[in-house]
Design a protein around this ligand. Structure first.
Ligand code: RIB
Length: 297
């Protein structure tokens, strides 16, 4: 077993602007919120941090602006032991920003893509060597679809498993559907995927995350298999899905079975919701193992 697999995440990097409110404002309504926080975020960066804390050797390929948030995030990646040679800095664009409202145990997010939208296949090409030397590749949908398509083709040509987290949902081109190894939609994204022409032929690649109801997948004998979630008290669900994806990627690269990888990822995601901030609660491997021992007693 490879305990420190090379995980390459190609994806978004944001600074999250987070406010918690007791009740979500309605259309045209103003409400007073709680403390305002800026936290590192972006689905790509979150998944990279989740994987690195679990012991993987992580490279992040992405884009930021030449601005204070970008600089803060680069320092943050160094502290998280994430290799950042694949991060391009664009001078005339801002770093991606996510406006997040946390309320009633859930969140609403608006992403202003900024530099993330500049992550074209030509830009990513510069990191080709890093990408093709990884044990597994992890992608999400906050960067241009042609880049995702390029990376999926690259992974396929080099026999590297590719996990695609189709969030936020966009129509998925045929080559991505046929060449990616796994898709990890949440229930809403899984529902949207059903209308795609090739849906029936890729159901065996789907790992559907269902929040407090765990996750499910379809076995080679076409059985739907559920892997339960862990009940915990929730402070902030932002980044729980990203924690799941980062952990799932590491465990698959370590050679774990689907059930084992999903169970570990469910435990990591459960621990992640105990603190405010997408990355704040993401656990280290020891914490997940201790938690799993404790809940099995
Ligand atoms: O999945 C949570 C993430 O979505 C946030 O960190 C935000 O930046 C958006 O990308």
């Amino acid at each position: 077993m490879n305990d420190h697999p090379k995980v390459c995440v190609v994806g978004s990097i944001n600074m999250d602007m987070v406010t918690a409110v007791d009740k979500m404002p309605g259309q045209g309504e103003t409400v007073l919120g709680g403390t305002f926080r800026t936290n590192p975020g972006g689905k790509g960066a979150n998944q990279a941090v989740a994987a690195a804390r679990l012991g993987a050797e992580v490279s992040l390929v992405g884009a930021i602006g030449d601005d204070p948030f970008g600089k803060m995030l680069l320092k943050h990646f160094d502290l998280e032991n994430i290799k950042r040679e694949g991060i391009q800095i664009f001078s005339e664009t801002s770093t991606g920003i996510a406006t997040i409202i946390i309320s009633e145990n859930d969140n609403r997010i608006i992403v202003s893509s900024g530099a993330n939208s500049k992550l074209t296949p030509e830009i990513v090409e510069a990191s080709k060597e890093v990408i093709i030397k990884s044990d597994i590749i992890l992608l999400q949908f906050e960067i241009p679809m042609e880049t995702i398509s390029y990376i999926v083709n690259l992974g396929y040509e080099h026999h590297i498993p590719v996990i695609v987290n189709p969030a936020p949902y966009k129509y998925i081109p045929e080559n991505i559907l046929t060449k990616a190894t796994f898709f990890t939609p949440n229930e809403g994204e899984a529902f949207s995927m059903r209308s795609m022409p090739l849906y029936e032929s890729i159901t065996n690649k789907l790992i559907t995350t269902k929040g407090k109801h765990g996750a499910e997948f379809i076995t080679p004998t076409c059985e739907v298999k559920s892997v339960h979630a862990y009940a915990v008290s929730v402070k902030d669900t932002t980044g729980a899905g990203d924690t799941f994806n980062g952990a799932f990627a590491v465990e698959i690269a370590r050679g774990k079975s689907l059930s084992e990888a999903i169970n570990f990822a469910n435990a990591a995601a459960a621990l992640s919701v105990g603190k405010v901030g997408a990355q704040a609660g993401m656990p280290k491997r020891d914490e997940v193992n201790e938690f799993l021992v404790k809940v099995q007693k």
